[in-house]
Design a protein around this ligand. Sequence first.
Ligand code: ZN
Length: 165
Amino acid sequence: MTAFDTVLTAGLRWLYDTEQPDDAWQGHHGLLLPLPAANRLYAFVAANDWGDAVVVVDVAKIEWIDNGPNELQTPANPLEPDELDVLAGELRALGVEVARTWNGHPQTTGSVGLARPAHTSLLAAVERYHAGCRVHPKRFVFCDCADWQAGFTRIVRPELAPTAP
Ligand SMILES: [Zn+2]
């Protein structure tokens, strides 16, 4: 299995097959799995604003072209023209139905929306996140108390994933 497949398999297993504890919460950035050899960062998002599971690919380290004063910089190393299609194809090969893709080349980020909703326990953890800190309701999701932070660490992650920020 390639490193790319390892990342996708681990991410999909997390989205669909991992039971999350009922005292954990999951933020909207999702599970982040880096693929340093390819300069990519993959995010597995349980639910976007429409409730869909999404796989996002980002260029991990963007190199910018200086287009001169008063001109916007443009990325020198965006996603490849066919990169989102390749990612969608790979996800289909792993048995996941793809609903649609957006962004991608010439940008440095691209998304693949998946047809199947994430595991119900993961979606419940996302709902608990949106409900905010239970101890300090006025601070919503922005609380930094130990009780609120602990909920993120209780999310079950694959071995190869970095811990939550
Ligand atoms: Zn709090």
